[in-house]
Design a protein around this ligand. Structure first.
Ligand SMILES: *Cc1c(COP(=O)(O)O)cnc(C)c1O
Length: 366
């Protein structure tokens, strides 16, 4: 039996940079810069430069970033926010935990990103914002969504948790929205050694507010100006992220090479690819495909010792957690169909050429 190929393998990345990573951690420990502090501030500057925005606030997770972004825009009780249903559920947590209501919109049947033609019908006089998600590492149709946001005077919030370094019409995503939220969960393209996230923006007022909120509502120690949270980034995460940020473009390039191999060499018509417009730079956080009898396919791949994922098997509008919103099956048909047929092929920069060959071969023989 050939060696196991995992859907994702973080151990290889660690092994390749072990000494460098451990040196970063040692520095933080020796200076006891554990919560916030100089390593976090250094990373915040570097990441703002990388994305091409003025401000970056490091926070405790991508979920925290979304929650703080919604709150900083003063969206709350009674408000509605447009959210794509084909996403990881955390996109909606920031809305719901501020007392607002997520209003779910279907994805398209080819890009699997938010279908902008279905947004306007969901807008009411309570709608305050649209959260667009650059899902799988592919930017959504930003210009069209932005047009709608501008027409109805809504904020555009970008959920960039899966798209560090992706580009739309030649510009990095994260600079299009009023605010943009990143996750550095370990498995993301830029991953911390634990939980971490960031909010980026060009809006000084929003940035200041997030800095206040994440730090107990306080600028000056023991003076609390408003109801706050403890949502700061750890020093160790800041140091590790600085170190890894230098490698991100190389890793993304490698993901794109692997994706190109899949796209050109998988010829099996039973496997349907995501459509990517030519003005988009996809950075393949996930390589998602559609296969009709999905469970069959996944089992078949496992007999070849190749392990796949699914993103996501239940769309947000049908999650039990949101049953009180009373969506029924049939309200977001593209997302529902995708949920039943999506498969994520193995995708991480350290996949070897031989492994890629084996994956392609197995797909073609299915
Ligand atoms: C991972 C993810 C989040 C949440 O980030 P965490 O750091 O895990 O809290 C939010 N939105 C999307 C689309 C994600 O993939």
């Amino acid at each position: 039996m050939s060696d196991r190929i995992d859907f994702m393998n973080l151990k290889r990345q660690f092994q390749n940079g072990e000494n460098e990573f451990l040196d970063c951690i040692k520095k933080v420990c020796r200076e006891t810069a554990f919560s916030g502090g100089k390593y976090v501030e250094k990373f915040e500057k570097e990441f703002a430069d990388y994305i091409g925005v003025k401000y970056c606030a490091g926070v405790d997770s991508g979920t925290g970033a979304l929650q703080l972004a919604v709150r900083a825009l003063e969206i709350g009780s009674g408000d509605e926010v447009i959210v794509p249903t084909n996403t990881f559920i955390a996109t909606a947590w920031g809305v719901i935990h501020n007392g607002a209501i997520p209003v779910f919109v279907d994805c398209t049947n080819d890009t699997w990103e938010i279908d902008y033609t279905k947004i306007e019908e969901k807008i009411t006089d309570r709608t305050k914002a649209i959260i667009g998600v650059h899902l799988y590492g592919q930017p959504f149709e930003i210009d069209e969504v932005k047009k709608i946001a501008d027409k109805y005077n809504l904020y555009l919030i970008e959920d960039c948790a899966q798209a560090h370094g992706a580009m739309y019409k030649g510009k990095k995503i994260g600079q299009y929205g009023e605010v943009a939220c990143f996750s550095f969960y370990p498995g993301k393209n830029l991953g911390a050694f634990g939980e971490a996230g960031a909010v980026v923006t060009n809006n000084k007022k929003v940035y200041d507010k997030i800095c206040l909120l994440k730090n107990h509502g306080s600028k000056e120690r023991y003076h609390h100006e408003e109801l706050g949270f403890n949502m700061r980034m750890d020093g160790i995460q800041g140091a590790i992220l600085s170190c890894k940020l230098k490698k991100l473009d190389g890793w993304n390039d490698r993901r794109r090479v692997i994706a190109q191999r899949y796209l050109t060499d998988i010829k099996n018509r039973k496997i349907k690819f995501q459509y990517t417009p030519n003005y988009i730079k996809h950075i393949y956080h996930l390589f998602e495909v559609q296969v009709d009898s999905r469970e069959n396919f996944i089992e078949y791949m496992e007999t070849n010792n190749i392990y796949c994922g699914m993103h996501y098997p239940i769309p947000c509008h049908l999650q039990n957690a949101f049953s009180f919103l009373k969506y029924s099956e049939g309200t977001c048909l593209n997302a529902e169909k995708l949920a039943k047929s999506c498969v994520s092929l193995p995708m991480f920069p350290e996949l070897t050429d031989e492994e890629i060959e084996r994956i392609i071969d197995a797909c073609n023989k299915y």
